[in-house]
Write a protein of this length. Structure first.
Length: 173
C-alpha cells in the first residue's frame, strides 16, 4: 500500500539507504540522525514535498514523492526502493498510483523526472507510470569523476493514463 510518510519511518529510511550503494544519489543518509533530518526536511512546514511511503504491512520499503511547484501547477517526481524490495514491479505501480493522484486529486498539470542513463530500471518505472521521454541532458551529473547523461521525462494531465494495478492509498497514519 501507499501511506503518508511518518517520523517513525526513520529506522526504515536509514536501512533503505544502507541497502545499496546507489541510494547515495537519493540523499545524504548514513546515520540514524541523518534519517531523522531527511524526514524532517520532507515534513517541514514550508516543505513543497508530497511524500508517500511504499509499505508492506506497516514497514516502509520505498518512497514516491512529488516536489510541488504551486505557481506552475507542476511537480518534480522522484522515487526510490530499498534493495531487498526491488524487481517486483512495486515501484512502477506505486509511481503510477501517485502520478495519477498528483494529476487528479492534487490538481497538478505536469509532472517531470530525470534519471541517469546508466540506471535503466528507473526509466522503466517512469514509462510504467505513464511518463514520456522528452530528451537527454548530456553530461548533467558528475559521478565518480565521470559526466553522466540524464534522460528526462514528463507526464501531463492530458496524457492518456497507463494501464496499471493501483496500490491502495491511505492518507494520514
Amino acid at each position: 500500500m501507499l501511506r503518508r510518510l511518518r517520523a517513525s519511518d526513520a529506522p526504515a529510511v536509514h536501512a533503505a539507504f544502507a541497502s545499496a550503494d546507489d541510494m547515495a544519489r537519493q540523499g545524504d543518509v548514513a546515520t540514524s540522525e541523518d534519517a531523522e533530518r531527511y524526514l524532517a526536511h520532507l515534513f517541514a512546514d514550508d516543505s513543497s514535498h508530497e511524500p508517500w511511503a511504499i509499505a508492506e504491512g506497516d514497514e516502509l520499503i520505498g518512497l514516491v514523492a512529488v516536489t510541488v511547484d504551486e505557481e506552475n501547477l507542476s511537480g518534480w517526481f522522484w522515487y526510490w526502493m530499498t534493495h531487498h524490495a526491488r524487481g517486483r514491479g512495486l515501484t512502477g505501480r506505486a509511481a503510477a498510483t501517485v502520478a495519477h493522484w498528483a494529476l487528479t486529486e492534487r490538481g497538478l498539470e505536469r509532472l517531470e523526472l530525470g534519471h541517469r542513463v546508466n540506471n535503466p530500471a528507473s526509466g522503466a518505472v517512469a514509462r510504467r507510470a505513464g511518463f514520456v521521454k522528452e530528451g537527454t541532458e548530456r553530461g548533467k551529473f558528475l559521478v565518480d569523476g565521470q559526466r553522466i547523461d540524464v534522460d528526462t521525462y514528463g507526464r501531463l494531465r492530458t496524457d492518456p493514463p497507463p494501464e496499471f494495478a493501483a496500490l491502495p492509498m491511505v492518507d494520514g497514519g
